[in-house]
Design a protein around this ligand. Structure first.
Ligand code: F6R
Length: 615
């Protein structure tokens, strides 16, 4: 949610900043801007629209070895040139880019207006930059930029990741973080600063993750390069330098038309990578659990906290946990949980699921649960992300960077690792025999191959998309393991094709939803030959009796359903528990092809952004 990038070094900053914005664009794309500092002049260029529009707008490459840039996902103020970042202070001396929300900005704005400050934008960010300016110039002597930023941050509440430049300090960038993520890349005589590591890794793999309420002051000049990290309470911190392993090829489309399609096709590999080393000699190994093993095994309850697709993965895992590890599981929307007064016990285990590891609601919910004594497990795809750093037990999926805003490989790798976690408990508590576990694992290890088979059938999904892409509404129905899939299938369709879609449990259909069914309503059933098969067939008949258009995901060769429905998508035979791995693939492909035919912006759907770092 908003991408920020900065460069301090000896090279021309502009190209690095623009390339960085392009890599970060999945975080927000309604306006973009850069500010360069050269010869004590700050030049700002900003434009409503995507980074490409900013590039067209800037005719002549601006010069400067220090710069900051931003790609926006609007919170305060509509997408427009004036609300785009960087925002300048009234004097034009200070420039800022900001990811987050300053919650008390209106109160601060009123005070600044009384002092004579004028505001050109509707943003909370412009208030912050003027607060920094006011603090800097209003004492007996002018403060250094870092001190002014530090004192200003003591007056604000909310979330921020900011990069700040001052005209009079031409060798300095000040960075600060609360809630929203910032990574500092350490190059040779140069520094990169970004919302996440994606724009940094082509230059360096050495990074520092700034923690909440920390600031970094980077100075570089002919003689020296210096980075100082301290808290906003002025306590100096020793930086922890991490090495990241992501490779640059992972951030490219690799011949696919969209990142989403590439990521759908990467799933066999992503699942293999995520389970690699975690299955050995027919047993599950989860070494990362370490000293927290007993907390997990003795947990009376598991609370899963997540949002969006990660929530659906959590819901899917509830079925795994209940079936195999006999632990009651609550699956909670993090955005609801954190604002209730949830009852949390010391022997609860919380599993926070988040692809990005930065989702603000999930992070806040985890903090709440941790404060109340629960043991926190996290399942993230980004090593070193905020949620992983706060967890007692950080567990990772190894899906590689997910750039398309619609989550695909994150979902299947999350459920893969959650299944292993659940089998680990079952095995340690001797709830399942070794033989049973081995059988499940054998089937599980064949899943990547089954997904490959489904991907080969992409053409048949495309044909169905061609028939249905002009529809206005869709219903997705499933039972048991098929129910979270129905929710996820509907979410995929609505977010990238803008078609209204509802996911429901097929059993609930007759309690209201059926009223929507007529000859214009496509209803997609997850109707594999599993334990709910007969019940789902009855539900299909009920929809057909009301002239609904039925698309069915069926087990390969199922002639019975083929005869009664309008369209089928065949999936290989699996047990109930493996259904989510195979059935999610055609659902992703269907949404993709429909969105493509409707001419939608697949990787960057309107109004959305990857990594939702505001509440
Ligand atoms: C849907 C999607 C979102 C995310 C949600 C949580 O395709 O991508 O619903 O799943 O914003 O994000 P993470 O998993 O990063 O916490």
């Amino acid at each position: 949610m908003c991408g920020i990038i900065g460069y301090v070094g000896k090279k021309e900053a502009y190209e690095i900043l623009i390339k960085g914005l392009e890599r970060l664009e999945y975080r927000g794309y309604d306006s973009a801007g850069v500010a360069l500092l050269s010869n004590n002049v700050i030049s700002v260029y900003k434009k409503k629209g995507k980074v490409a529009e900013l590039k067209n707008f800037i005719q002549k490459t601006p010069k400067g070895n220090i710069g900051i840039a931003h790609t926006r996902w609007a919170t305060h103020g509509s997408p427009s040139d004036k609300n785009a970042h960087p925002q300048l202070s009234n004097s034009g001396n200070i420039a800022i880019v900001h990811n987050g929300i300053i919650e008390n900005y209106l109160a601060i704005k009123e005070v600044l207006i009384k002092k004579g400050y004028k505001f050109k934008s509707d943003t909370d960010t412009e208030v912050l930059v003027n607060l920094i300016e006011d603090i800097r110039i209003n004492g007996s002597k002018k403060l250094n930029l870092d001190e002014a930023v530090r004192l200003a941050l003591q007056k604000v509440t909310g979330a921020y990741a900011i990069l700040v430049l001052l005209k009079d300090e031409p060798d300095t960038v000040v960075i600060a973080k609360m809630g929203s993520p910032v990574v500092l890349g350490i190059g040779k005589e140069e520094f990169f600063i970004a919302s996440d590591a994606t724009p940094i890794i082509e230059y360096t793999n050495k990074v520092i993750y700034l923690e909440d309420e920390e600031m970094a002051i980077i100075k570089t000049n002919r003689e020296s390069n210096k980075i100082t990290i301290k808290t906003i309470n002025n306590k100096i911190k020793n930086p922890n330098i991490h090495t990241i392993k992501t490779k640059i090829e992972e951030l490219e489309k690799g011949g696919f038309k969209h990142f989403m399609l590439k990521e759908i096709f990467e799933q066999p590999h992503a699942i293999k990578d995520s389970i690699l080393g975690r299955i050995k000699n027919g047993k599950v190994r989860m070494e990362e659990i370490g000293e927290y093993k007993n907390n997990l095994l003795n947990a009376k309850r598991i609370i899963i906290l997540a949002c969006g697709t990660s929530f659906h993965a959590g819901l899917e895992s509830k079925y795994f946990f209940e079936e195999y590890s006999h632990i009651p599981v609550l699956v909670e929307y993090a955005s609801e949980f954190r604002y209730r007064k949830p009852v949390i016990y010391k022997d609860d285990v919380v599993v926070a699921i988040s692809q990005s590891g930065e989702t603000a609601d999930t992070l806040a919910a985890v903090k709440l649960a941790k404060e109340q004594g629960a043991t926190i497990f996290s399942l993230c795809n980004v090593v070193g992300s905020s949620i992983s750093r706060i967890a007692h037990v950080p567990i990772y999926t190894f899906a590689g960077p997910e750039i398309g805003v619609a989550s695909t490989k994150a979902f299947t790798t999350q459920i893969a690792v959650l299944l292993l976690l659940c089998l680990f408990i079952a095995s340690e508590k001797r709830l399942l025999s070794n033989k049973k576990i081995q059988n499940i694992l054998t089937e599980f290890e064949n899943i990547p191959q089954k997904i490959e088979q489904i991907l080969l059938e992409d053409k048949s999904v495309k044909e169905i998309a061609l028939k249905l892409y002009e529809m206005q509404n869709f219903i997705y129905l499933g039972r048991g393991y098929g129910f979270p899939l129905a929710l996820e299938g509907a979410l995929k369709l609505k977010e990238i094709s803008y078609i209204h879609a509802e996911g429901y449990t097929a059993g609930e259909m007759k309690h209201g939803l059926l009223a929507l069914v007529d000859k214009n309503m496509p209803v997609l059933f997850i109707a594999n030959k599993g334990s709910s098969y007969e019940k789902v067939v009855s539900n299909i008949m009920e929809v057909k009796a009301r002239n609904g258009i039925v698309i069915s995901l069926i087990t390969k060769g199922d002639a019975r359903i083929k005869k009664i429905v309008d369209y089928v998508i065949e999936i290989p035979e699996t047990s109930d528990v493996m259904l989510p791995f195979v059935a999610s693939i055609p659902l992703q492909l269907l949404a993709y092809h429909i969105a493509l035919l409707r001419g939608c912006e697949i990787d960057k759907p309107r109004n959305l952004a990857k990594s939702v770092t505001v509440e």
